[in-house]
Design a protein around this ligand. Structure first.
Ligand code: ATP
Ligand code: MG
Length: 257
């Protein structure tokens, strides 16, 4: 039975998609069966896994509207080594269409329940908002992985996310918990980042993952080749950090079960 995680942070450009595809590729490399669900109309996780979002006939949109199952709608990301339930611009319409429908926040959850036996990990790449799409993600998940940059305003944004997660935990999904905060695009030479990192650890204790993802240009270059950095340049510091993070996740999940 798969463990399901949302990669979420309502702040834009903090590294959600990079974390999703590289964690997925890292997990695949250590023998885990992985499904990536792209819940963002930008379709970056889809493209970054080597799947052309413009050519997809079925996407997560069809799954949310219950016209397709995940088994029918998924695509195999050959080089990355995992399945992808892709997204493209069409998904932006789902936001409006879902409002009219019953069980609107639980659509993804039902669909994932039917697919959960086929995977060890399901990773959901959320859009940069606390929208109906993100809500569907958070209602489906056992936990949230929060990538964050160690910058001054990072902690402020975290409060909103933590409150949202608490509300969903109380009202809609009692399974939901923060699995951990992942420090990304980290540069230890910058004093402020070191300070924010220390604050994070003081505040959140072991909810801060041990793994730290450095700022690394190879991770930024990889999507233009349709590959996660872990596959594009396995020897790079960024790739190695994500493989370490994948191992840390497997360990933590072992402790959760
Ligand atoms: P959005 O909110 O738009 O969905 P996001 O949170 O998914 O954004 P990403 O797309 O993963 O963020 O990353 C934003 C940018 O930063 C991208 O150009 C990505 O390549 C780059 N990036 C992410 N992580 C790293 C890193 N560790 N080192 C260098 N560049 C990075
Ligand atoms: Mg993204």
């Amino acid at each position: 039975m798969a463990k399901i995680f949302c990669i979420a942070n309502q702040k834009g450009g903090v590294g959600k998609t990079t974390t999703t595809v590289n964690l997925a590729a890292g997990l695949a490399q250590i023998g885990q069966r992985v499904l990536v669900v792209d819940l963002d109309p930008q379709g970056n996780a889809t493209m970054g896994s080597g799947i052309d979002k413009r050519k997809l006939e079925t996407t997560v949109y069809d799954v949310l509207l219950e016209s397709s199952s995940i088994a029918e709608a998924k695509a195999w990301a050959d080089k990355a080594g995992y399945d992808v339930l892709g997204a493209n611009r069409e998904l932006a319409g789902a936001e409006v269409e879902l409002v009219e429908l019953e069980r609107r926040e639980a659509r993804l959850k039902s669909a994932l329940a039917a697919a959960a036996d086929s995977y060890d990990f399901i990773l959901i790449d959320c859009p940069p908002s606390l929208s109906m799409l993100t809500l569907n993600g958070l209602c489906s998940a056992h936990g949230v992985i929060v990538p964050m940059q160690c910058e001054y305003f990072a902690l402020e944004g975290l409060t909103d996310l933590v409150n949202t997660i608490k509300q969903i935990h109380a009202n809609l999904n009692p399974d939901l918990q923060i699995i951990g905060l992942l420090r990304v695009m980290f540069d230890p030479r910058i004093t402020l980042q070191q300070q924010v990192s220390d604050q994070l650890k003081a505040h959140f204790g072991d909810k801060v993952f041990d793994s730290v993802i450095p700022r690394n240009v190879r991770l930024a270059e990889a999507p233009s080749y349709g590959l996660p950095g872990v596959v594009f340049d396995p020897a790079s510091k960024g790739a190695q950090a994500f493989v370490d993070f994948a191992k840390e996740m497997v360990k933590r999940i072992g402790a959760m079960r």
